[in-house]
Write a protein that binds this ligand. Structure first.
Ligand SMILES: [Zn+2]
Length: 419
């Protein structure tokens, strides 16, 4: 009996000891959460005369049960989008031989959220292509370039997915690259560690577990920069949630009730982590004879995405609304302006002024053709005077959130092309 008690005490001690690192890791996440709250509470309002851009916020690359390997229902997706107060969701269903999944998935407005039905097509030479609006299942998988050419001839948005799997050089003529994919990133998770991390954080803010595996997608960013710098075409960066709501564990009792439900990627959580922020740039239309009253609909949204008038943000670390990246140039009485995604001429013997506005103090890193050219720490405004043509973009870092986010960008802008 005595011996049994000793063993029991030893086991309990061992259990407690084994959990100590996880308790500490959970504490670090709690600290991160407190820092994020403080950051959101300290947002700086826009300066007078600096009208902030209105933006539409949404997610790209979402699957439902229609395409297989996801159990997510359309109702769950609508509910999650509404509760996360998204403006749009770009569905990208896998084609199925029996049904046209792009036609059967969510489209139009549901509970105030705009849904656009797209497809995720497999290329025979590696990689994927997202086409929006989507298409019925093709008879065979053609090479990536053929998919792009076909999509563009049909005036669909064409975004190259899983660029790391593209075996040949990138095709030309597409609109964007999915530089970040949440699902691919999440595959780096060590499940044993994540199980205990999850148990310790489950009743706190489980979405912050993301900070444990999030990594800057350096290789995809490099390929994207290289493509734009080469002049082969203009591509914009997309972030895919690749939301399936199928990573994790659940146990059900005999009546099908969930006894334990530990999902790493329920739609709500996925939609909270990374988002696409689209500028509501009605000036673009006004300058081209529009009346500024274009309705917010599928056509408007896809147009803004094709023009690159958007940025990517890891919203889980802070509300980025108020970020902008613009350019201005003057020469005599002439003047030019551009927002991200756009082009601006470099006047002869002149300069272009790039400007970043931020809702909180942060570190802005300017890139030209993929190379860091300037850094501005701890500021809500960052400028760069440019006298050289090139493709310019910025990444924004929240150093104040601590070492868990070291080297991990909060915002990745689309470029401005100085020509
Ligand atoms: Zn997918």
């Amino acid at each position: 009996m005595k011996r049994r008690r000793k063993i029991a005490v030893a086991l309990v001690a061992l259990l407690l000891l084994s959990q100590a690192p996880f308790a500490y890791r959970s504490y670090r996440l709690w600290q991160l959460g407190a820092a994020v709250d403080e950051l959101n509470a300290r947002r700086v309002p826009a300066l007078p005369g600096e009208a902030p851009f209105k933006e539409y916020v949404g997610v790209f690359h979402v699957h439902s049960f229609l395409g297989g390997h996801s159990k997510g229902t359309l109702e769950e997706i609508v509910r999650a989008a509404k509760s996360e107060r998204l403006d749009f969701v770009l569905m990208t269903e896998h084609p199925q031989p029996q049904i046209d999944t792009a036609a059967a998935t969510l489209r139009g407005f549901h509970d105030g959220v705009l849904f656009v039905g797209g497809s995720e097509l497999v290329a025979s030479d590696g990689g994927r292509l997202f086409v929006v609006p989507g298409v019925a299942a093709p008879d065979r998988n053609p090479p990536l370039q053929e998919l792009v050419t076909r999509a563009k001839s049909e005036e669909r948005l064409a975004v190259v997915g899983y660029p790391e799997e593209v075996r040949n050089p990138l095709p030309t003529g597409f609109d964007g690259i999915e530089v970040y994919n949440l699902y691919t990133n999440a595959k780096r998770i060590n499940y044993a560690t994540m199980l205990f991390d999850g148990l310790w954080s489950y009743w706190g803010r489980p979405e912050l577990l993301f900070a444990r595996f999030y990594e800057r997608p350096a290789e995809n960013l490099r390929r994207w920069d290289e493509y734009n710098a080469s002049g082969a075409g203009r591509a914009y960066a997309f972030a895919g949630n690749d939301a399936h709501a199928n990573v994790g564990w659940d146990w059900q009792d005999e009546d099908g009730r969930k006894v334990f439900d530990f999902k790493l990627d329920p739609y709500e959580r996925s939609f909270r982590l990374v988002r696409i922020h689209v500028y509501d740039d009605r000036d673009f239309y006004n300058a081209r004879g529009g009346d500024g009253e274009e309705p917010y609909d599928e056509q408007y949204l896809l147009g803004a995405l094709r023009r690159g008038n958007f940025y990517l943000a890891f919203d889980v670390f802070g509300d980025p609304n108020g970020f902008s990246f613009t350019a201005a140039a003057t020469r005599g009485s002439e003047s030019w302006q551009a927002v991200m995604g756009g082009e601006i001429p470099l006047p002869p013997d002149g300069e272009v002024r790039l400007k970043v506005t931020l809702p909180v103090q942060a570190r802005t890193v300017f890139y030209r053709d993929g190379q860091v050219v300037h850094e501005v720490p701890d500021a809500t405004r960052a400028y760069l005077i440019v006298k050289q043509k090139g493709v310019y973009r910025v990444e924004v870092y929240l150093d104040q959130l601590g070492s868990l986010l070291e080297g991990k960008p909060w915002i990745i802008s689309n470029p401005i092309f100085v020509r």
